[in-house]
Design a protein around this ligand. Structure first.
Ligand code: NAD
Ligand code: TYD
Length: 339
């Protein structure tokens, strides 16, 4: 089996590559990543030691470059993690989200059509369903919940999903889509809630909580998500969408307080700042289809996962330093100064 993984130098893609190296050691892995600000090439240091791993620095928007990789490698399966992934950045500059998340997905699928693959898997998000009210804990996102997006990010991801389904219907491309809410764990870039709060708390810097911190996210440890994607590849039905989740909803403020307690830092570091524009209230996934049809279920409880995550960041200060030097400081200043 030869699998091409895009976005493998980012958070979930790299965790997926490490899962494959340990769980499917005979598979050949081709990683394609443009190495944007969100990537850290050192994340792949251990993978580079494997003779089953090949890395290409390439942009999924570059048709000629992508075709050349397919021409050379002829992958059996493609898993597309490559994306612009941060909602706040999409509010500042939507265009790159449209280019990478929509056009890039089309370029990849065109290469899949041209060279032939057994499966194109699109890593999606439950943000395509919009949000749920805070006072209706009985409501969840199902696979047939209408697409109803809020941010330029979620809209670009929804557009990509629709295009994936169109390529299936129109050209018969063998596709699957998985949709997942918030992930946490090793190698997540510190623009996202959990690593940003760990980084700031460790350095005794204020923790910027948007609004009142009452927005709810449905958290999944990244390794569980990666097992879910593998299950979709191996047991999923072509043309289907699978929601991956584990019923682990938490308000942001609860997450922030847990991190402070784990690190032994005071709650006085919490700073309430101006809310995100169009801020989605609550995400909550109904994962029963994936559990029933794929036999998949998460195994990491949040209490354990957050400890593993905090310890990982404690032990990888050099990795964090690489991410937060240079460009990151400009981003942080722009987004959080006087907010
Ligand atoms: P990330 O931002 O950490 O990594 C994205 C990777 O894609 C980076 O390595 C980056 O260099 C690469 N990339 C970006 N643009 C590219 C381009 N034009 N060509 C090639 N490579 C490019 O993202 P992540 O959190 O690992 O998310 C991976 C996927 O999962 C995304 O599609 C995202 O929408 C989806 N997702 C993420 C979450 C989450 O909680 N992080 C939840 C649900 C779905
Ligand atoms: P984020 O990690 O950006 O993921 P998403 O927006 O895709 O859910 O944010 C998670 C939640 O945390 C979201 O409700 C916004 C909030 N948040 C803050 O309160 N402060 C921050 O500095 C960040 C980055 C996020």
């Amino acid at each position: 089996m030869k699998i091409l993984v895009t976005g493998g130098a980012g958070f979930i893609g790299s965790n997926f590559i490490y899962l494959l190296l340990s769980e499917r050691p005979a598979w050949k892995i081709i990683c394609v990543d443009a190495l944007t600000y969100a990537a850290n090439i050192h994340t792949l240091n251990d993978a580079m030691k494997s003779e089953n791993f090949t890395f290409y620095k390439e942009d999924i928007r570059n048709r000629a470059g992508i075709d050349a990789i397919f021409e050379k490698e002829h992958p059996d399966v493609v898993v597309n993690f490559a994306a612009e992934s941060h909602v706040d950045r999409s509010i500042e500059n939507p265009e790159i989200f449209l280019e990478t998340n929509i056009i890039g997905t089309a370029v990849l699928m065109d290469a899949c059509r041209k060279y032939g693959v057994e499966r194109f898997h699109q890593v999606g998000t439950d943000e395509v369903y919009g949000d749920l009210p805070l006072d209706r804990p009985d409501l969840f996102f199902h696979e047939d919940t209408p697409i109803h997006t809020s941010s330029p990010y979620s809209t670009s991801k929804a557009s990509a999903d629709l295009l994936v389904q169109a390529y299936h219907r129109t050209y018969g491309l063998p596709v699957t889509i998985s949709r997942r809410s918030n992930n946490y764990g090793p190698y997540q870039f510190p623009e996202k809630l959990i690593p940003l709060m760990i980084h700031n708390a460790t350095n005794d810097k204020p923790l910027p909580v948007y609004g009142q911190g009452l927005n709810v996210r449905d958290w999944l440890y990244v390794k569980d998500h990666c097992y879910g994607i593998l299950a979709v590849l191996e047991k999923g039905k072509v043309g289907e969408v699978y929601n991956l989740g584990g019923h682990n909803e938490k308000a942001n403020i609860e997450i922030v307080k847990t991190i402070l307690a784990e690190l032994g830092k005071p709650e006085s570091l919490i700073t309430y700042v101006t809310d995100r524009k169009g801020h989605d209230l609550r995400y909550a996934i109904d994962p029963s289809k994936a559990m029933k049809e794929l036999g998949w279920a998460p195994t990491t409880m949040f209490g354990d996962g957050i400890k593993l995550t905090i310890n990982w960041y404690r032990e990888h200060t050099e990795w964090m330093r690489e991410c937060t030097s240079g460009e990151y400081m400009k981003y942080y200043e722009k987004m959080y100064h006087n907010r």
